[in-house]
Design a binder for this molecule. Structure first.
Ligand code: SF4
Length: 270
């Protein structure tokens, strides 16, 4: 068995995987062809899902007549090539981000926010985009939401912030902290992909719906997506709420803690 495949299987088993979904017939092609691979629920069951956001894997619903690719994940390759010098590659990404004008978010930014952390991190957190504090400092997750993420890392995971890597879907602040638009996320996608390829973390923790759309090409609700391990470029992905959401909805912290425990388990075994 290929080492990468063996590593992924071990990681997914640690997350509670018992079997992979069976391949769907060609008649179910379309948007579902690009769905992430999901696992069976692990120890933590997902919150109840409405009929509208029930998982689609294995569904017998008819495929839509046409498929418009999701720009959040347009053109993503199936596997990341090996990077010889991760430190140099991450530095190159930061330099290119600083000069980047690929999308309209460059117009109002003060500082670009490429990301920061250990080049050999086993855990990569991916958020949405810089806010006002990040735009001012050039560092990811330094505002109130960042302080909560620090608490999760330091108090919850017993790690240091510099032990993990923290990045965002877009590297420039969307005006008024709006959600990045699909064309902006698509324009910035190569930077995040290069960061993932350079770091090769054991697990990616997707913080919030924008990161989920970018990595998993999935529009379902967070509550229906939580509780399973997914995969991006051969790396397990755990989905949880964005810290900014937790500030507004403290009751959801218990769910995030369950998700973080899965992240730690995958990081230990990956
Ligand atoms: Fe470039 Fe990304 Fe900034 Fe857009 S958000 S200008 S693609 S670095």
């Amino acid at each position: 068995m290929e080492p990468e495949v063996e590593r992924l299987l071990r990681s997914m088993q640690a997350a509670g995987v018992r079997r992979l979904p069976a391949p769907r017939p060609a008649t179910e092609a379309g948007p579902r062809a690009s769905e992430p691979r999901t696992t069976e629920p692990g120890a933590t069951p997902p919150a109840p899902a409405s009929a509208a956001d029930r998982p689609r894997a294995g569904s017998s619903a008819p495929a839509p007549a046409s498929f418009t690719p999701n720009l959040f994940s347009a053109g993503r390759p199936a596997a990341a090539p090996a990077v010889q010098d991760p430190e140099a590659e991450l530095a190159a990404v930061a330099r290119e981000v600083a000069e980047c004008r690929r999308c309209k978010l460059c117009e109002a930014r003060n500082k670009t926010v490429p990301g920061e952390g250990s080049t050999s991190a086993r855990i990569l957190f991916v958020g949405e985009g810089p806010g006002a504090d990040e735009d001012r400092t050039g560092r990811p997750f330094v505002g109130r939401a960042g302080q909560l993420l620090d608490d999760i890392i330091v108090k919850g995971m017993k790690l240091r912030r510099e032990d993990v890597y923290i990045a965002n879907v877009v590297k420039c602040r969307p005006p008024g902290n709006r959600v990045p638009e699909p064309d902006e996320a698509a324009a910035c996608a190569p930077f995040l992909d290069r960061q993932i390829a350079a770091i090769r973390p054991a697990v990616i923790c997707a913080l919030g719906a924008t990161a989920v759309r970018r990595l998993l090409d999935d529009e379902r609700s967070m509550s229906s997506l939580r509780g399973r391990a997914y995969e991006y470029r051969g790396i397990p992905v755990i989905v949880t709420y964005h810290p900014a959401y937790l500030l507004r909805n403290p009751a959801a912290k218990v769910h995030t803690w369950q998700d973080i425990q899965k992240v730690m388990e995958l990081a230990r075994r990956g």
